[in-house]
Ligand binder design. Structure first.
Ligand SMILES: C[C@@]1(CC(=O)O)c2cc3[nH]c(cc4nc(cc5[nH]c(cc(n2)[C@H]1CCC(=O)O)[C@@](C)(CC(=O)O)[C@@H]5CCC(=O)O)C(CC(=O)O)=C4CCC(=O)O)c(CCC(=O)O)c3CC(=O)O
Ligand SMILES: NC(=O)C1=CN([C@@H]2O[C@H](COP(=O)(O)OP(=O)(O)OC[C@H]3O[C@@H](n4cnc5c(N)ncnc54)[C@H](O)[C@@H]3O)[C@@H](O)[C@H]2O)C=CC1
Length: 216
């Protein structure tokens, strides 16, 4: 499997099964997509504002739910393997992405895995174990959470810096050196993590070191 980031803005996601796993996946996708969860019962959990439809899905109902919701991704999250299998095969027949939550290992084409994910927007780090150990994915995610503190601010700072240098017509090789120096600067990280950084001052301090001719 090859990790890619998919923009679900304006897309629809169908979640079949409203237990704790269905709720977790609904929360995940509802940050971007319109999510519909179909289930006879719902866990006492947060569904991220997803639309909930109280209904039991038998395998022959599955095509009707795909027609009704027209999803870009279907999540098979019931504890009934026959229903989950039908969601998977229907998605596959329609070229719709599918996340099957009750299996691992060999998958049909179009089958996707939901990785453990840490965000410090716009930075995203995700972990998967090829389905071998979701508990390990979760543990590594928890460890990475602390490590990436400040990464979102770093991305914004260096994004603005590269735009600025590009706009000033700085030679691309020089620009890359400067941006690489900033992302590797322990001082910049420390300052960003305290949250009271003045970005322009930070940039000028690094430029003074690596490219004094570029200090405005
Ligand atoms: C294949 C995959 C398909 C998919 O769902 O996308 C899948 C499948 C299964 N998970 C199972 C169990 C558990 N899953 C978790 C947790 C998470 N599971 C997630 C992803 C994935 N789970 C995909 C592979 C990802 C990878 O490659 O690593 C995470 C990362 C993302 C998310 O779901 O949001 C989320 C952590 C989120 C976070 O907190 O960061 C825990 C831990 C816990 O609950 O504390 C346990 C119990 C401990 C254990 O078993 O490890 C079972 C067995 C069920 C049973 O025993 O019946 C199956 C089915 C099977 O393996 O057959
Ligand atoms: N991918 C993951 O991270 C994990 C996956 N699992 C797997 O996912 C499955 C679901 O896990 P949980 O949410 O903990 O189970 P659960 O038993 O709490 O919830 C299952 C949900 O599916 C609904 N459901 C059952 N039959 C249905 C049908 N015919 N149509 C629509 N909805 C139906 C139930 O009402 C319930 O809301 C488990 O069977 C397990 O194999 C379990 C833990 C983690």
């Amino acid at each position: 499997m090859i990790p890619l980031y998919h923009d679900f803005t304006g897309e629809r996601v169908l979640v079949v099964g409203g237990g704790s796993v269905g709720a977790r996946k609904a929360r995940r996708f509802a940050t971007e997509a319109d999510v519909v969860v179909v289930s006879p019962g719902f866990a006492d959990a947060d569904f991220g504002g997803a639309e909930r439809v109280r209904s039991e899905v038998v395998p022959d109902d599955v095509p009707g739910w795909f027609d009704r919701v027209d999803p870009a991704l279907a999540v098979a999250a019931t504890d009934d393997a026959a229903v989950n299998a039908r969601v998977e095969s229907e998605a596959s027949a329609r070229d719709v992405l599918v996340n099957r939550t009750d299996t691992h290992g060999e998958r049909d084409p179009g089958s996707v895995v939901v990785p453990a994910t840490v965000r410090d927007d716009p930075v995203v780090v995700s972990v998967a174990t090829g389905g071998a150990s979701p508990a390990l994915s979760k543990y590594l995610r928890e460890r990475i959470e602390d490590d990436i503190a400040g990464a979102g601010a770093m991305a914004e700072l260096t994004g603005a810096l590269r735009d600025d240098l590009q706009g000033r017509g700085v030679d691309p090789e020089r620009r890359r050196d400067v941006v690489r120096a900033v992302v590797r600067s322990p001082d910049v990280w420390t300052t960003l993590r305290t949250g009271n950084a003045k970005p322009r001052q930070l940039i000028d301090d690094v430029l003074a070191d690596v490219a004094p001719e570029l200090v405005k």
